[in-house]
Write a protein that binds this ligand. Structure first.
Ligand SMILES: *[C@@H]1O[C@H](CO)[C@@H](O)[C@H](O)[C@H]1NC(C)=O
Ligand SMILES: *[C@@H]1O[C@H](CO)[C@@H](O)[C@H](O)[C@H]1NC(C)=O
Ligand SMILES: *[C@@H]1O[C@H](CO)[C@@H](O)[C@H](O)[C@H]1NC(C)=O
Ligand SMILES: *[C@@H]1O[C@H](CO)[C@@H](O)[C@H](O)[C@H]1NC(C)=O
Length: 958
């Protein structure tokens, strides 16, 4: 730990006039400035040093209490920050003795310098926990190094600083989630600045290792958002420590950690404070926004009163009126000291805040009480009110966002994927954050990639998860850059960091390599360069113009005939898979002619006789793009829900006969509800998905327990339920869930119920459908993850089949532990729709995930495929993520390094999903096709331009 030099005090804290209390000292004190000044100059120090001298001098001659007061008040205006000689350190305070130095050769380094535009081709020496040197000649770097060192040849791989997550609940909300370790929200008061996240920081959280595998090296762990003032956050490094304690994980913990009030003359370190406004704190406490803001003002007023008392006290000390403070301690209060520190500019205030009204409220609060805001978090409407942010006290806050996760509540309804670029255009600092485990911080870089895709410049996109958050958290003197003297936190990537699927080959924290062995695949050259991305200028403009709700209604081509030119590849559905049917060469790209939604011809210009169209066709230049089957999504309540957290915008929950009395008017406990009856068309998530190539959705009713009901298939791009093909298939499959439901019925009870329904189908509607399952006509979908439950289902399937003599069609939805019984599933013919595509151990029942590269050789989808299990992938819970299906399947193909072809990847998100969820087989051309510009459906560089629909007889231009 380096000790800071006392920092110069701004202004003259001790005005030596009117010292009525101590007339005898008057003359002496009057001399002090002269002496101090003289000595200050004599020592060549700044004037502040003279003050320190004065302080030392007077302190010796005062009563102990007065001396303490002088000392205390001398530092009243100190600000946190590293000591001025910090950059000269030769060893990190986090250095672990015995860590071998590492010489990293031939790295392509994104350094963070020059506003994130600098790329260095250099060698880097890591030693004593810091970056010892960066240079072209490694000989020079290692000169003088006494101990043995390790050499790693990066072979021109991209190297970035470790990823810094500005908003995490790692450790305080550990995974798998268990009730005994939920420590991120206190519900004992709306303003509790005295609470500290560090007091609930668990060191066992499966996510530490997983997030490191995504390149995350540091995180700001914040209390939850159920309080207006939730408490103090803490910056951690994610690596395991020898001590195994939370304390050992902390990065520059404030000196308040071990003591109520730190030494007044000690150096200061940045503190962090969580605030939240809007729905969360308001709804939890049954408040309106008016109540919440009053709670803030009341708390800040309490802090302000204490601060004023302190200022008054110090004014007396300054004035030498020591008799007025005799026996009066310095005014302070342990409960409020952190908030007083906010008012003294010593705390980074991190505010969870979404809507214009909330942002405006907090900006007013910051001006009323004069404290600055480090960042607004989530802030889905910030891009609509940049001027409000610029009005904040001090300096404009940064904005810490999700890239594409929004609409989940009213506050997030106007969120836009273009927000990062728009905010950057307004000169505001942009950060992408995980809110882990809300999103898996392992994929924080993926959020930066998406921000880049939608227009945030490359330099700012990488900075948004490295140097920018490092600065917002007050740690940019040591993390967030590849810079000499900085912490040795680096990531070596297998591709350009903004290329989809970028995976660490190695991660260093404090110079310690974190991956014992990294499984990565060799990626093609194109992945080593800045990815090409489409132009979204028009869409970004519309996002602002329509205040986050731009029209999404697809427009059908006016002419019956559409000619797609410059087509590089065509993928088509076959009976039960996807094949690449055409691959053009650069010099000979293909064409596709479509009439009323029917593909008349595809292939070369010559073969299709393009000349004969004679100008009747609308021409869509795909610029090396592709035609592929539209994707099918499953796993969310898409079509049943507009805003997840607004009950009035959704279908609602079905009754669960296992725990509730189902009204007899509905058919009692044999009723089986159909999702099709509750479908809403034209939800924003459905239309957005359509714009991103997900043309079809299969949705089951939303259940809160064992029973869900009957799923349905619909077209995402249709606005009217009565339109042709709005509903593709009324009823798909029967859905049940077998999981631990808190204190609900046991797993054995749920399995017993399923057994009874299969072996003794009841009367009524449920009976009909369960008889259909037993007869092999209807698919049974069981939502579950646990390998044990899945194995039980395999046994149950065999039992039913041997008793009834038919093969039953069973699909597991979820299935994150299915890989453990892959062989048996393959043999039993049980398919899996994995939810989500990239697994995370949210709950105990899915703790045994197969996490993919770089941690294991094979991901779960690959493993299942290798055992001949039919696999589909879907999206879980977050409806707004359906649009990213094409990237989910692209990621899986990349992660598999060639063992999953593009066509197979498309099948994972289309044909396989249809088949596994009871989709009735149709002729291949009955399914919609998607045309992409500038690349195929799986490319980051592509943009969906059209949907070709034979069944609807049209081409939608997007
Ligand atoms: C920085 O200054 C402090 C106080 O003078 C001193 O103790 C420390 O050794 C210095 N550190 C370096 C790296 O020079
Ligand atoms: C970085 O950006 C800031 C703000 O746009 C600008 O003032 C500064 O000159 C830039 N610095 C470099 C090195 O490009
Ligand atoms: C707090 O105490 C622990 C244990 O003595 C020590 O390791 C740590 O450095 C202290 N932290 C601070 C910020 O003073
Ligand atoms: C999967 O199916 C293929 C083709 O039917 C067969 O050759 C292979 O042995 C099967 N693999 C396993 C693990 O069952």
């Amino acid at each position: 730990m380096e000790k800071a030099l006392p920092r110069p005090v701004a202004g003259t804290p001790f005005r030596l006039t009117g010292t009525r209390g101590f007339p005898t000292r008057r003359t002496l004190l009057g001399l002090i400035p002269a002496i101090a000044c003289f000595l200050g100059i004599w020592y060549g120090f700044a004037f502040g040093q003279g003050i320190k001298f004065w302080e030392a001098y007077t302190t010796n001659r005062l009563s102990p209490q007065a001396a303490a007061a002088v000392s205390r008040c001398a530092h009243l205006h100190d600000k946190p920050g590293p000591p001025p000689n910090f950059s000269k350190r030769t060893q990190s305070d986090r250095y672990v003795p015995g860590t071998k130095p590492v010489l990293l050769k031939n790295a392509k380094i994104w350094s963070g310098e020059k506003n994130g535009t600098e790329v260095l081709y250099a060698d880097v020496l890591l030693d004593k926990g810091i970056i010892k040197g960066i240079g072209r000649t490694s000989l020079k770097l290692v000169k003088g190094l006494k101990e043995e060192y390790e050499v790693i040849d990066a072979r021109n791989a991209w190297v970035t600083p470790g990823i810094v997550d500005l908003h995490s609940h790692l450790g305080t909300s550990p995974s798998p989630g268990l009730a005994g370790a939920e420590d991120d929200n206190s519900i004992h008061g709306i303003t509790q600045p005295w609470l500290r996240a560090v007091d609930g920081l668990h060191t066992s959280d499966d996510a530490y290792e997983l997030s490191i595998a995504g390149g995350v090296t540091s995180a700001l762990v914040l209390p939850g958002s159920l309080n207006a003032i939730g408490g103090q956050g803490i910056t951690i490094k994610l690596r395991k420590t020898a001590e195994r304690s939370p304390t050992a994980m902390l990065l520059e913990a404030p000196y308040h950690l071990n003591t109520s009030f730190p030494k007044p003359d000690g150096p200061l370190r940045w503190r962090q404070m969580k605030h939240a406004c809007g729905e969360n704190p308001s709804s939890y406490y049954g408040n309106t926004r008016m109540d919440t803001v009053w709670a803030f003002r009341k708390a800040y007023d309490t802090a302000r009163q204490i601060k004023l008392q302190q200022d008054a006290y110090c004014a007396k000390v300054e004035a030498g009126k020591f008799n007025e403070i005799t026996d009066k301690p310095y005014p302070e209060d342990l409960q409020w000291e952190a908030l007083v520190d906010v008012l003294r500019g010593r705390v980074k205030v991190q505010v969870h805040c979404y809507e214009a009204v909330d942002l405006d409220d907090i900006v007013r609060l910051s001006n009323e009480f004069q404290f600055s805001i480090a960042a607004f978090h989530h802030a889905h409407e910030a891009y609509l009110v940049p001027d409000v942010l610029k009005r904040a006290y001090g300096r404009p806050p940064a904005v810490a966002m999700f890239a594409s996760l929004f609409k989940y509540k009213r506050e997030a309804y106007r969120g836009s994927e273009f927000a990062p670029r728009i905010l950057a255009e307004h000169g505001l600092s942009v950060v992408l954050k995980s809110d882990h485990p809300v999103t898996d911080s392992r994929y924080l870089l993926y959020q930066a990639q998406q921000a880049y895709l939608y227009g945030l410049p490359e330099s700012l996109a990488i900075a948004s998860v490295t140097s920018t958050p490092a600065s917002i958290v007050g740690m940019d003197h040591r993390i967030g850059y590849v810079r000499e003297g900085y912490d040795a936190d680096l990531v070596i990537w297998d591709s350009h960091p903004l290329a989809l699927g970028a995976t660490p080959k190695q991660v260093f924290i404090d110079g310690i390599p974190q991956l014992k062995k990294a499984y990565v695949t060799h990626k093609p050259d194109v992945f080593q360069h800045t990815p090409d991305v489409p132009n979204y200028d028009k869409e970004a403009k519309a996002a602002v113009e329509y205040e986050g709700l731009p029209p999404l209604k697809p427009k059908a081509a006016k002419t019956g005939t559409v000619l797609f030119t410059n087509v590089r590849s065509i993928f088509i559905r076959t009976e039960d898979s996807v094949q690449e049917s055409f691959t053009g060469q650069d010099t000979k790209l293909g064409v596709v002619i479509v009439k009323n939604g029917k593909v008349l011809c595809s292939g070369t210009q010559l073969a299709c006789d393009v000349a004969s169209l004679a100008g009747d066709a609308e021409i869509v230049d795909l610029k090396g793009g592709s035609i592929a089957p539209g994707l099918t999504t499953f796993g969310t309540a898409l079509g049943l829900v507009e805003i997840t957290q607004e009950l009035s915008t959704q279908d609602g929950f079905v009754f669960d006969p296992l725990t509730q009395k189902v009204p007899s008017i509905l058919g009692g406990d044999t009723a089986l509800v159909r999702a099709v009856d509750g479908l809403q068309f034209g939800t924003r998530d459905a239309l957005t998905a359509y714009h991103d190539g997900v043309t079809t959705a299969i949705t089951a009713p939303v259940g809160a327990g064992f029973y869900a009901g009957l799923s349905t298939t619909f077209t995402t791009g249709v606005l009217n339920k009565l339109d042709d093909e709005a509903i593709v298939q009324d009823v798909n499959a029967v859905h049940v869930t077998i999981r631990h439901f808190g204190t609900g019925p046991s797993i054995s009870t749920q399995v017993g119920t399923l057994r009874r329904l299969l072996l003794n189908p009841p009367q009524g509607q449920a009976g009909e459908y369960f008889q259909g399952i037993v007869d092999g006509r209807v698919t049974l979908v069981v939502n579950t993850d646990s390998a044990d439950i899945i194995a039980t289902l395999v046994l149950l399937k065999k039992e039913v089949e041997s008793l009834k003599g038919n093969s039953i069609s069973l699909t597991v939805a979820g299935g994150l532990e299915a890989h453990l019984v892959a062989k048996e599933l393959g043999e039993a013919g049980v398919g899996v729709v994995q939810l989500p595509a990239r697994p995370f151990p949210t709950t105990w029942e899915r703790r045994r995930i197969l996490p993919g590269h770089p941690l294991v050789e094979q991901n779960s989808v690959e493993t299942l495929l290798k055992h001949n299990v039919t696999v589909g992938v879907g999206v879980e819970d977050e409806i707004s993520q359906v649009r990213n299906t094409r990237f989910d399947i692209a990621w899986l193909a990349l992660d598999a390094g060639g063992s999953i072809s593009k066509a197979q990847a498309i099948a994972l998100g289309s044909t396989n999903v249809d088949k596994l969820l009871g989709g009735k087989a149709k002729a291949a051309e009955e399914y919609d096709l998607v045309a992409t510009e500038g690349g195929d459906l799986l490319d980051f560089s592509s943009k969906v331009k059209a949907v070709i629909s034979l069944k609807r007889g049209l081409v939608d231009l997007l």
